[in-house]
Design a protein. Structure first.
Lengths: 314, 360
C-alpha cells in the first residue's frame, strides 16, 4: 500500500476526476461566451450562415455598426460621394450605407460606468460604516434592525417597481444618474451591510483601540486601521454590488429613457435597427462584459480569501 | 510621567458590576500590578484608566488632571494589548511612527525617535519587516516600542506576556523590569499570573469580584495577606486554612482546633463571630515525630529544590513545603506542626485578617 501520501489528501484518481469535472464545467460555461465574442468579430453574413462558421474571416463590422448610425443609400448616390476617408467608412460603404453619426452606445456605456461604479462605491462605503456600527456599538434593537435590513432582500426588487416609479417621477429622479445610483445603492446596501458586518466582527477591536490610544479619533482609526484590514471583505462586497448594478435590467428599462439609460436596456434595441445585426449585438455584449471581468480579475485575490474568510479562526 | 489616582471608581454593564467602588493611588515611576483571577475587574479597571471604557461613577486622576470622561486619544497614555494589536498592514517602522504622525512631529524627528526606541528594545534590525513575519517576542517588543515612542504619562499593559510561551515569558519579564528601571515610567500592569506579578511589581493590588482587596508590596502581599482570598490566591500552593469553632478574643495567644492546641501570635482584635480560620503558609509547617496534628501522607510533589507534601488529617488536606532531603513515602503516618509563629487568624464573617502581633 502506498503510505507516502497524507491520509487526508485526496487520491490521484479523485484529483483527476475533479480536474475533469472542472474542465468540462469550464468548457460548457465558456462556449456561449466565446460564441458571443466570435460573433462580434464576424460580418453580418457569416454571423447568420448555416451551418455556423467556426473558422471565419474576422471583421470589425459589428463594432463599427455598434458605434455608428448608418443609412442605406442608392449606388448612384454612393458613387457621387468623395472616396471614403478611413477604414470604417469604407467598410460601411461596401454595405451600400453611409455613416450618419455616432450611435448612442458610448453614452449608454458611460452611463453604466457612472451608475455601476457610483452605486458600488456608495453601497460599500455606507455598508462599511453601518457594518462597523453594528459590529462595535451597542445599537438598540440591533438584531431587529439587521433583520429589517435583510428583509429588503426577501422579495425581488422589481416587486416595488410601481411605487418606485411613482416616487421617482414626483421627486424628479426618473432618468437621472443620481436616481439610478440611489436605487442600486439601496438594493445593494442590505447585502453590503450583512457581508461587511461578518468581516468587521472578525477584526479584533483592539486594533482601533490601539489607534485611539495612539491619539486618533474613532473615525480616523476606522479609516486608517479598520478599513485597510477589511479590504478583503470590501473587495468581495464590491464585486457582488458591481455585478448587480452593472447587470440590472428591469429598473433600467422602467426608469431610464435618454439621459441615464444604461447599456443593458440599450443593447437589445440594436436588434430592431435594420434586421438582426448579430455582430453588433455580439460587440455590444462583449464590451459590456469587459468592465466586470477586469474588475473581478483585479480583485480576485481578495475575493477568494473573502469567501473563505472567517471559516477558520487564525 | 505622573501619579495615577482613582477614587470611588465604579463600572457596571447592565446589572453586572465589574468594578466596585475602587480606590487606588499609583505612585509616579511605580511598576504597579493588578492581579486577580479572570473576571475580577482588573482589565476593566485598566481600560477605564486608558479611556477605552468610561466609568459609571468615580474619578480618575492622571497627574493633577481628572481624566475620567476624556477620550482615550486625549489622555496621553500608552497601552500594550495582550494580542499586541500591531497594525498588520504596516511594517514595523510604520507601526512605531503611527502614534507620532498623529501628534504632528516632523518627519526627521519621527525617524529619530523611532530609531531610538528600536535601539532600546533591540528591534532596529527588523524595522522594515512585516508584522506577520515576526516572532511572538519581536511582536511584543514592537508593541512596547509603539508605547515607548510617545513618551506618554503612563504605560498600561494588559497581560502583555500572556500569549508567550513559558520560557520566553521569563526572559521578557526580565527585559520589562530592566526597561522600567531604564525609563522609569509609571506602569500599570494587569496579569493573572502571580509569578509575573511578584517578579515585576513594586506594588501589587489583588482584585476579586470587582473589588481591590489589598494593595501592597509583593512580600507583604505574600506574608501578610489582609483577606482569606489573597492568602489563598497568592502562593503556590496557597495558604492552609483550619476552621476554628470558637470566637477569638483580644490578647488570646493560642487556639484549640479539634482538641489540638496551637500557639498563635498575640491577638490585638477580637473576632466578630464564633467561626474563624487559622491560616498558615505551607513553608511555615514542618513534619514532626511526636507532636502536632496527626495525618497520613496523601501526595508528594517534587519541585526541584523543595517538596510539597499533602497530608490528609482530620482537618482536611494540609500542604507542607519541606526541604528536598525529607524522606517520606505515600500513606506514611506523620504529624504536622507550625515551624514558627507566622500565623494569621481570619475572621469567619468578614474574611479579613485579625490584627495581631504578626499582622496589623
Amino acid at each position: 500500500m502506498d503510505t507516502s501520501r497524507s491520509y487526508l489528501e485526496p487520491s490521484s484518481f479523485s484529483k483527476k476526476i475533479a480536474a475533469a469535472i472542472i474542465i468540462i464545467y469550464t468548457v460548457i460555461t465558456l462556449i456561449p461566451i466565446s460564441w458571443m465574442v466570435m460573433t462580434s468579430f464576424k460580418n453580418v453574413d457569416s454571423a447568420i450562415s448555416y451551418p455556423p462558421e467556426v473558422l471565419f474571416e474576422p471583421s470589425l463590422e459589428g463594432y463599427v455598426n455598434l458605434f455608428t448610425n448608418r443609412s442605406r443609400q442608392s449606388p448612384e448616390y454612393l458613387d457621387s460621394l468623395p472616396p471614403p476617408k478611413n477604414w470604417y467608412e469604407e467598410l460601411v460603404r461596401s454595405r451600400e450605407m453611409v455613416i450618419t453619426g455616432p450611435s448612442k452606445f458610448l453614452g449608454r456605456y458611460s452611463n453604466s460606468m457612472i451608475i455601476g461604479f457610483g452605486s458600488t462605491f456608495a453601497s460599500v462605503f455606507l455598508g462599511a460604516l453601518a457594518a462597523y456600527a453594528f459590529s462595535r456599538f451597542r445599537v438598540p434593537l440591533k438584531d431587529d434592525l439587521l433583520f429589517f435590513i435583510l428583509s429588503t432582500r426577501m422579495f425581488p426588487p422589481i416587486a416595488v417597481a410601481v411605487p418606485i416609479f411613482i416616487m421617482y417621477r414626483k421627486l424628479g429622479l426618473g432618468d437621472t444618474h443620481l436616481g439610478m445610483i440611489i436605487l442600486y445603492t439601496v438594493v445593494n446596501l442590505s447585502l453590503a451591510v450583512w457581508l461587511l458586518k461578518g468581516f468587521m466582527d472578525e477584526i479584533p477591536k483592539e486594533y482601533e483601540e490601539a489607534a485611539m490610544i495612539d491619539g486618533y479619533s474613532r473615525l480616523q482609526a476606522f479609516f486608517k486601521v479598520v478599513l485597510p484590514q477589511a479590504m478583503t471583505g470590501i473587495a468581495a462586497t464590491a464585486i457582488f454590488c458591481m455585478i448587480f448594478s452593472w447587470n440590472e435590467y428591469a429598473f433600467a428599462v422602467l426608469l431610464t429613457q435618454f439621459n441615464a439609460q444604461t447599456a443593458p436596456p440599450f443593447i437589445p434595441t440594436i436588434i430592431g435597427e435594420g434586421g438582426l445585426d448579430w455582430p453588433a449585438i455580439g460587440a455590444g455584449t462583449t464590451l459590456f462584459l469587459l468592465p466586470v471581468m477586469i474588475f473581478t480579475i483585479i480583485l480576485r485575490k481578495h475575493l477568494l480569501r473573502g469567501i473563505t474568510f472567517g471559516a477558520v479562526r487564525k | 510621567m505622573s501619579q495615577i489616582k482613582i477614587t470611588n471608581l465604579q463600572k457596571s454593564f447592565g446589572d453586572f458590576t465589574a468594578v466596585k467602588n475602587s480606590n487606588l493611588t499609583i505612585n509616579d515611576k511605580e511598576f504597579f500590578v493588578l492581579l486577580g483571577p479572570s473576571g475580577c475587574g482588573k482589565t476593566t479597571t485598566l481600560r477605564m484608566i486608558a479611556g477605552l471604557e468610561l466609568p459609571t461613577s468615580g474619578e480618575i486622576y492622571l497627574g493633577e488632571e481628572e481624566v475620567g470622561m476624556l477620550r482615550a486619544s486625549e489622555r496621553d497614555i500608552a497601552f500594550v494589548f495582550q494580542l499586541f494589536a500591531l497594525y498588520p498592514h504596516m511594517n514595523v517602522r510604520n507601526n512605531l511612527s503611527f502614534p507620532l504622525k498623529m501628534q504632528g512631529y516632523k518627519r526627521s524627528d519621527i525617524k529619530l525617535r523611532v530609531e531610538e526606541a528600536a535601539k532600546l528594545l533591540r528591534i532596529d534590525h527588523i524595522l522594515n519587516s512585516n508584522i506577520s513575519s515576526l516572532s511572538g517576542g519581536d511582536r511584543q517588543r514592537v508593541a512596547l516600542g509603539r508605547a515607548l515612542v510617545r513618551r506618554p504619562k503612563a504605560f498600561l499593559m494588559d497581560e502583555p506576556l500572556g500569549t508567550l510561551d513559558a520560557e520566553f515569558r521569563e526572559l521578557m519579564c526580565l527585559e520589562l523590569k530592566k526597561l522600567h528601571l531604564d525609563i522609569g515610567a509609571t506602569t500599570v500592569y494587569v496579569t493573572h499570573d502571580q509569578l509575573e506579578a511578584m517578579s515585576l511589581a513594586d506594588r501589587i493590588a489583588v482584585m476579586d469580584g470587582g473589588e481591590i482587596l489589598q494593595a501592597d508590596e509583593p512580600n507583604i502581599i505574600y506574608n501578610k495577606p489582609k483577606t482569606k482570598f489573597v492568602a489563598s490566591f497568592i502562593g503556590s500552593p496557597g495558604m492552609n486554612f483550619f476552621e476554628i469553632d470558637e470566637g477569638i478574643s483580644k490578647d488570646q495567644s493560642f487556639v484549640n482546633i479539634e482538641g489540638t492546641k496551637f500557639n498563635i501570635p498575640k491577638q490585638l482584635e477580637e473576632s466578630k463571630g464564633n467561626k474563624n480560620f487559622f491560616g498558615i503558609r505551607p513553608e511555615n509547617l514542618t513534619l514532626s515525630n511526636n507532636e502536632g496534628l496527626k495525618g497520613s501522607v496523601y501526595g508528594v510533589e517534587y519541585l526541584g529544590s523543595r517538596k510539597i507534601i499533602t497530608i490528609k488529617t482530620s482537618l482536611g488536606e494540609i500542604k507542607v513545603k519541606t526541604d528536598i532531603s525529607v524522606n517520606i513515602k505515600l500513606k506514611e503516618n506523620v504529624q504536622v506542626k507550625p515551624l514558627n509563629n507566622n500565623i494569621i487568624i481570619f475572621d469567619g464573617e468578614t474574611d479579613k485578617s485579625l490584627n495581631s502581633e504578626f499582622i496589623q
